[in-house]
Each structure stands twice: as C-alpha cells, then as structure tokens.
Design a protein around this ligand. Structure first.
Ligand code: GLC
Ligand code: CA
Length: 509
C-alpha cells in the first residue's frame, strides 16, 4: 500500500459544481486549483475528482468518449497537470476517476466496433453473434448497427460494456478472459492509467470495479483480472493508490485494491446509519446490523482500508435524513473510524439535497446532491459569475443555506466541528487510518455505539449517543482524558458508563 495512504483524508469533488472561473456556469479545473488552500485548511490532503474526460455527458462524464483528453468545459490536459503540481506543492494527492467497464456510445472504439467488417475494435465490446440472440441476465442494445449482433451494456443503455471476457464462456460469442480481444482491452486500460500517472496523477477511484468480467457471479474472474493489473502497477507506479467502487471489501481488497468503500448498495448496512427513515445517527435507529456486517467483512479482508464516505454524487446528502446534531455525531463517527475518510464536497458545511430538480446529465434522483458549492454571499453563492439561468444546476434557494464564508467565522459551525475532528484525528495515531478497531458496545435498537481505537500503545474509546435519551454500557476500566467532546461528558460508576443524550466523546483509556 502506498505510504501516503496512512494519513490520507479525501475530499470528493464533482467538478461541474465546485468552482467556475470562466463564467460559463460550469465548474472547472482552474476553479479546483483556486480552492486547494480551502481544502487543505479544512484538513483534507487528498482529492478524488469525478470523471473529467471528454464526454457527451449523458451520465455526468461516466460515459467517456476519450480517455486521454480532459473535457474542454473543464480545461485542458495542461490544466490537469497543473492541478497535480499545485496539489503536490501543498502535500496533497489527486485521484482521478477511471471508468474501465464501459464507454460512451459515441466513443470512436464503439463506432468501429459497430461496423460489419472486422477491424481492431470488433472485439473491444461484448457482442452476441446475431441481433436476435439476447443473453439472459444482461441488458443489450440492438438494431442500430451495421454489425449483426446485440451489444451488452453496463449501466445506462448508452454505455456499451467493454470486453474483458467471460469467466466460463458457454457460447461461441463469449470470449475467454485471455482471448486477444479482452487482452487488448485490458492493455489499453493500463495505457490510460499509465498516461495520467506519468503526468502526476496519484491514482484512481475505479468505477463499478467489480463488474468487468461477465458471467462471474462470485466475481472471481474480475478479482483475477485486477490481480494482474496490480502486479503491473506495483512495479510501474508503486505510489499509485487505488480505491474501488465495489462495496464488498472482502472481495475488492483481495483483488489488490488498497481501499474500498462501504456504500448505499451492497451488504454493508451503510444506509442504516445515515440514510433511512430510522437512521442510527438520527437517534432512533440501530447500528447493530452495520457493526455485524463490518466485522464479518473485516474478518475476511486481511489488508487494505475500508472507507466510509460522508456521501457521494450518487446518494442523498448527509443532512437529508439527519438533524443537525445527528450530522455532527455522524462526523465524529466518520472521522474516528479506521480506513481513509472520504468527505463529499459541501458536506462539511451541511449542504442540503435539493428535492424535485429536473434531471441533469443522467442524474435523475441523484441530481439534488450535485448542486453548486456554496462559498459565500456574492452572486450564485460565489460559485460562478454567470447569469443564474446558465448555471450547471441551481444553487440551493433557501435563505438560510449554509456557506463556507459564514461558517468559517462562526466558532460553533459544522465546518469548525469537522475541521476540529480532523485535527483530533491527526493528533492521535490511535484514531488514524491504520489504527486497530474493536467494537465494545453496539446493542440492537439502542444506543450508545462504543468502540476502541488503538495504535502505537495509545488507546482511545469512542462513545456515540445520537439518541434523545441517556444511555449506559458496561466498562470496568475507567475513563481518562476526554480528547474530544460534543454535548455532555460521560460518567463512570461501578463498572457502568452513563452517556448523556445527543453526545459524542473520545476518551483516552
Ligand atoms: C458509478 C458512478 C455513477 C455512474 C455509474 C455508471 O456507480 O458512481 O455515478 O452513473 O457508475 O458509470
Ligand atoms: Ca467554467
């Protein structure tokens, strides 16, 4: 694992919505450079940028039309190179988003692949051998190409699936993973990675990383494929960091990834904590299923980081299901768990999910979590000097919308709380990315949630009680210095700790 991941705290940027510098209403790379000091001051030292490559933007850039060129609306390759350099100057690292599973339908490879005559791209995508043959359990598009066949798609129907082969080919049109077509696809993806890594990029977040090989229910084929990639990467770019969008660390970390996310899909019970009607951090939910799933995953994943994001561009905002104090206790959790924390832009000031926005660039219900960053009081909240109707998405119209400017000067703001939590994490190795974790108390349908973090001979007990009522848990060891607190302190008597309602505490023990 690259050494820099030991203390990496990531900030995810949806480039469309972060900072516009040329008044076209869309965020851009010079805007990100302009805001690097802000991110550093918050305490984050690494970025993940959503895809910023040439694209028709039918899925916000997850439909890549050219893997080697920055989308003109964001700037140039030179701008991106400049971002890498400016980040490095500040001791920061930058991950790009790699979308290896599919391209845009307008990618030149796909146009070639649609032709009836054989050419070097005939086998770049997954096609059946005649248009009437529709494989079971896969989505296809058909009837539009000169070529006779149905083409498998990965996500939306404008995202044809790149061909990495089938685990156990069962029909003549299904190629094995080591056939020339799949091997050429893989070689090209390595070229893409090498291209950006050589330019100064520090690694990738990998989109739908678990879905490359087809007919692969246990993902063993995809795991084997990634192991090949990592064997190459560790030699060629040993400092490159890779985080998968997979959601099952026991598989992805075995595949070689350094990090995987717990997500709103998959077996992690992530939503139980933050995003459901009775979310744990809203005070009336249950963390026990999450804890069980976490422990089961951890037991099977020998190495690597399990990362819990505050949110991302695919889900509602952290504030959607949680009250303000719940959001703060959730941050105390996010910033005291092992793994690298990932903060979604704007979550540090409590930006809101906007309901009922018309879909933008394939966002649909995700659109409301992708609105422009709220910097300050100036026009368009400081995001852009374009006319409001030209903005990528409207700014939160609420009169009391949170802004960076207001929260930076308010000592009691969420921004200050998050910043402080990052400081506390950085000052205490036990709380760090690699520190050990042991759950102490995670009852069904009750609070608090208690766990112990440990590293370098230091131990910190984390006690989180989002409930409206006080709670207790058994603990015979006593409590030392309270190194972080929200709400009242805990007290210990006769082997029982009493925890006030709506509180979060870190104690040395
Ligand atoms: C991932 C991305 C999502 C995208 C999809 C297809 O889930 O996070 O935004 O639409 O993959 O690439
Ligand atoms: Ca712009």
């Amino acid at each position: 694992m690259p050494a820099w991941l030991k203390d990496a705290i990531f900030y995810e940027i949806y480039p469309q919505s972060f900072q516009d510098t040329n008044a076209d209403g869309i965020g851009d790379i010079p805007g990100i450079i302009h805001r690097l000091d802000y991110i550093r001051e918050l305490g984050c030292n690494a970025l993940w940028l959503n895809p910023c490559f040439a694209s028709p933007f039918l899925d916000a850039g997850y439909d890549v039309a050219d893997y080697y060129t920055v989308a003109p609306r964001y700037g140039t390759n030179e701008d991106l190179k400049n971002l890498f350099a400016e980040a490095h100057k500040r001791g920061m690292h930058v991950l790009l988003d790699l979308v290896p599973g599919h391209t845009a339908a307008e990618h030149p490879w796909f146009r070639e692949s649609c032709k009836a005559e054989k050419n070097p791209y005939t086998d770049r995508y997954v096609w059946t051998d005649e248009v009437w043959r529709i494989p079971e359990g896969m989505n296809t598009i058909r009837g539009f190409s000169e070529r006779d066949g149905a083409c498998v798609v990965n996500f939306f129907s404008h995202q044809p699936a790149l061909n990495y082969g089938f685990l156990n080919p069962a029909e003549s049109w299904q190629q094995s993973m080591d056939a020339p077509g799949p091997q050429a696809t893989l070689a090209e993806m390595k070229n893409v990675m090498a291209f950006w890594l050589s330019m100064g990029c520090d690694g990738f977040r990998v989109d739908m990383a678990g879905s490359l090989v087809k007919n692969d229910p246990e993902q063993e084929g995809t795991i084997a494929l990634w192991r090949q990639v990592f064997a190459w990467l560790e030699k060629a770019f040993p400092e490159a960091a890779m985080v998968s969008e997979w959601g099952e660390p026991d598989r992805s970390l075995r595949a070689g990834f350094h990090m995987d996310f717990l997500l709103h899909f998959g077996p992690s019970h992530y939503n139980d904590l933050f995003r459901c009607d009775n979310a744990f951090f809203a005070g009336n939910g249950d963390a026990s299923a999450f804890v069980k799933a976490y422990e089961a995953t951890r037991a099977k994943a020998e190495q690597g980081l399990i990362c819990i994001p505050s949110g991302n561009h695919d889900m509602q905002r952290l504030t959607t299901h949680l009250p303000e104090d719940g959001v703060r206790i959730a941050f105390a959790f996010l910033l005291s768990m092992p793994g690298a924390p990932f903060l979604y832009y704007g979550d540090e000031i409590g930006m809101r999910y906007l309901w009922d926005l018309p879909s933008k660039e394939g966002g649909y219900s995700r659109t409301g979590a992708r609105t422009p960053m709220q910097w300050g009081r100036t026009a368009n909240a400081g995001f852009s000097s374009a006319a409001p109707e030209k903005l990528y998405l409207p700014i939160d119209p609420a009169g009391d919308r949170p802004t960076v400017e207001a929260q930076m000067t308010d000592p009691d703001s969420l921004y200050q709380e998050v910043r402080h939590l990052i400081e506390v994490r950085r000052a205490n190795p036990a709380l760090g990315n690699l520190g050990r974790l042991r759950f102490v108390y995670a009852p069904e349908k009750a609070c608090p949630l208690v766990y112990l973090r440990e590293a370098e001979g230091e131990r910190v007990l984390v006690i989180l009680n989002p409930s409206e009522t006080a709670g207790t848990f058994p603990w015979t060891e006593g409590l030392g210095e309270r190194i972080y607190g929200q709400g009242g302190a805990a007290s210990v008597e006769n082997g029982t700790v009493t925890v006030p309602a709506k509180s979060a505490s870190f104690y040395r023990v």
